[in-house]
Write a protein that binds this ligand. Sequence first.
Ligand SMILES: Cc1ncc(COP(=O)(O)O)c(C=O)c1O
Ligand SMILES: N[C@@H](CCOP(=O)(O)O)C(=O)O
Length: 462
Amino acid sequence: MRYISTRGQAPALTFEEAMLSGLARDGGLYVPETIPQLSADNIRALQGLTYEETAFRIMRPFVGDGFTDEVFADLIAKAYAGFGHNARAPLVQLAPNHFLLELFHGPTLAFKDFAMQIIGQLFQEALERRGERVTIVGATSGDTGSAAIEAFKGLDNVDVFILFPHGRVSEVQRRQMTTPPEANVHALALDGHFDDCQARLKDMFNHFEFRDNVRLAGVNSINWARVLAQVVYYFSSAVSLGAPDRKVSFTVPTGNFGDIFAGYIAKRMGLPIDRLVVATNQNDILHRCLTGGAYQTSQVHPSISPSMDIQVSSNFERALFDAYDRDGAAVAQLMDELKEGGFNVSQGALQALREHFDSGRVSEEETLATIQSAQTTMGELLCPHSAIGVRVAETLRASDTPMITLATAHPAKFPDAVEKASGMRPPLPNRMADLYERPERVTRVANDLAALESLIQERINK
Ligand SMILES: Cc1ncc(COP(=O)(O)O)c(C=O)c1O
Ligand SMILES: N[C@@H](CCOP(=O)(O)O)C(=O)O
């Protein structure tokens, strides 16, 4: 299996090379050259398997021979052993034909753990075998950062720098990133918003001298391996509701478009998914684009669902690549226009996107009201991001197709918003009950590429 860039100008790589590289050298994102297909019988055979067995069958065809079957199965087992639920991703029924897929039972209480835990294992295995070390830099609006730190803290051959927007993540999210004592962990609070963090990260990848000097690696969903690991729970949940003999739809709280893109890959592999519904907060560039065709950036408005306060949605580039019939030059042109503020999606590409995706936008008031009503009528305490998904699903779902809404984070990560809505303050799990007492370690940084690069260089030279 080879991986190609969405901008068509970077060399094709193996899975392991693409994983260790992150962003392609032409600025694009890696995608598989072809999508492996699962027949209805292959999908039916997933019924009754453990999450780990399903993960092996779904990911194996994408991974290539860098990892043997035995090693790969062992890494998967280690990745999910620390999850706090035997099913790993349990389904809870909210209403007739509406289900919640709880993706917050991992070590840092958000869906990011599903990918980050296995990526941590794959990186360790590959780096040890190659005798290499890397500098991971990640951009986060709150959840990717703590999941990456949890997966890579304490490793000898990795330094991990996490850029988060100063003052724009919840206190629990911040403390998850600033309290780990391991010397290879560096939490950097940037003066700006998430899009600034992500833009500086991409600048570092496009600055080849720095990139090669520090051996830069990325674990945001620009990294294909992140998307791949998230494909698994689309299969496990759909199969438990009767796939392939019954279609299902998914509603996904969306920001960087990585999670819902994993659903799209599941569909392309043969999983019978009817609709993939993008649910956004007031930072609604994706909803505006899917309804009107204009992908136009605007100011980022802080919200009670801070992890989705994103206007430049990285993985949308991967969806555009397919919608433009894999024309890398066309995608590169759109990305150039994005630097000037935005672009219009062609009619043909918009139609192609709409064949798979619907969308909805939820206001702050509606988010609070949904947390409250889900708690009183369904007995489920939702985080604000998951509430956005539930709200959009309730509005758009068809009565005859089961809808699965992804619950992307634990409500305890956002106690203020949840308490405001429901009157209940969700406690942290016992293992992190002293989070508020742990000392914090964080460096405040300007939104300045040169300053960031020298700080990173200095720290890794120590
Ligand atoms: C809790 C939560 N929900 C939803 C999202 C949006 O996911 P994606 O960026 O993959 O669209 C994020 C951030 O990525 C998140 O942290
Ligand atoms: N919401 C994310 C933003 C980064 O997304 P990623 O999936 O590209 O890593 C976060 O919590 O950091």
